[in-house]
Design a protein around this ligand. Structure first.
Ligand SMILES: Nc1ncnc2c1ncn2[C@@H]1O[C@H](COP(=O)(O)OP(=O)(O)OP(=O)(O)O)[C@@H](O)[C@H]1O
Ligand SMILES: [Mg+2]
Length: 348
């Protein structure tokens, strides 16, 4: 079995509203998959079908080799779930909730409490183990929910916006934990609106919009294809300009911006002479010295050698580079582009 999850034409219709529309998705074993999409896109609905919480209207979903409709018990046994809305018993303590989960999944009694305590220590919630869940803060509830969902060491772990409300330190602990689980062979499905989190953690990313899968690739692959589509748009716009001839300055700027990459450089030894020589570099399309001394440049974003050439020119001019950064398309740019074409009728 190559894939932890495979769906074919998976569809969920609520009354007459299609929340998930004929989704074909493959998530390879032992990978971290990021599910992105605007509010109401159908992410949680998809996860609920994959975790047997709701029945698909049509189509098929295979999780860990089992069909969610034919073998829901087998599917439930191999998955763990941290839901978007924490679903622990409010009147039970953190410890009791985790014990209940462990017993449900048949965790051996002699290992149960030590496993729970190890997990509590890992996410730093042991100090509240005897508190009732109803009395916990938002982030503490999230941690308690994580412990309960991990105690049976699930092969496939679903995390629906798990780091919302967590403080920066705990967020990083959870990222480490996700990586560690993945290193130990677990498959992780992560829904998140945190682009940095997804970019950093995930092997593959799927973007869902109004119930449809609109993009699926590695984070870098998505960014590369955004550059490629910018390039195409620019070529098309340029060919239109040559046909029409009359184009406003702002349109020209928009087109130019599509093709330029930003660079920002700080020198240890900035002098007018050095700046004058840098300005002569043929790879620089625009240059501006910011009030904090940084040299902000724009170079041809589609020329693989442009950044290298600019650095060489600066060094030849005698510049000593203290820091340098270039701005690449981010996963957020990809998200905005992939989800910008929304048919308002589909959202009702
Ligand atoms: N039980 C339900 N009955 C009717 N409509 C529902 C139900 N559950 C979800 N929906 C609708 O399905 C659509 C998808 O909802 P879903 O919760 O899957 O979105 P999501 O992608 O998880 O969004 P978010 O990022 O806000 O969590 C929404 O328009 C929602 O109103
Ligand atoms: Mg959701």
């Amino acid at each position: 079995m190559k894939n932890a999850i495979e769906t074919k034409s998976l569809t969920k219709v609520f009354n007459k509203f299609t929340a998930v529309n004929s989704l074909d998705l493959e998530i390879p074993n032992n990978t971290i998959f990021g599910m992105l999409g605007p509010n109401g896109a159908g992410k949680t609905t998809t996860i609920k079908m994959l975790t047997c919480l709701i029945q698909p209207t049509s189509g098929q979903a295979i999780v860990g080799g089992y069909d969610v409709q034919k073998n829901p018990d087998e599917v439930r046994n191999l998955l763990g779930m941290v839901p978007q809305q924490v679903s622990l018993y409010k009147d039970l303590t953190v410890m009791e909730n985790s014990q209940l989960c462990a017993d449900y999944y048949g965790v051996p009694q002699d290992e149960r409490d030590s496993r729970i305590e190890d997990l509590m220590e890992l996410v730093d919630i042991k100090y509240a183990k005897d508190k009732r869940v109803g009395q916990l803060s938002g982030g503490q509830k999230q941690k308690a929910s994580l412990v309960a969902s991990l105690v049976h060491r699930p092969d496939i772990l679903f995390l629906d916006e798990p780091t919302i409300g967590l403080d920066p330190t705990t967020k990083r602990t959870l990222w480490d934990l996700i990586r560690e689980l993945n290193d130990n062979g677990h498959t992780i499905i992560l829904c998140s609106h945190d682009m940095y989190e997804v970019d950093m953690l995930c092997d593959n990313v799927g973007i869902i919009n109004t119930g449809n899968l609109v993009a699926y690739d590695t984070p870098q692959g998505l960014k590369d294809s955004l550059l490629e589509s910018n390039k195409q748009e620019m070529t098309e716009a340029l060919s239109q300009i040559s046909e029409e001839n009359e184009v406003s300055t702002s349109t020209k700027e928009d087109i130019e911006n599509l093709s330029l990459k930003k660079m920002s450089i700080l020198l240890n030894n900035q002098t007018d002479d050095i700046i004058d020589s840098i300005k002569k570099s043929s790879d620089i399309k625009s240059i501006e010295i910011a009030h904090n001394g940084r040299i902000n440049l724009r170079v041809d974003g589609f020329d693989d050698m442009a950044v290298q050439n600019v650095i060489n020119d600066i060094i030849s001019a005698g510049g000593i580079i203290k820091s340098i950064s270039t701005e690449e398309p981010s996963l957020e740019d990809v998200f905005i582009k992939a989800t910008s074409e929304v048919n308002e009728d589909d959202r009702a």
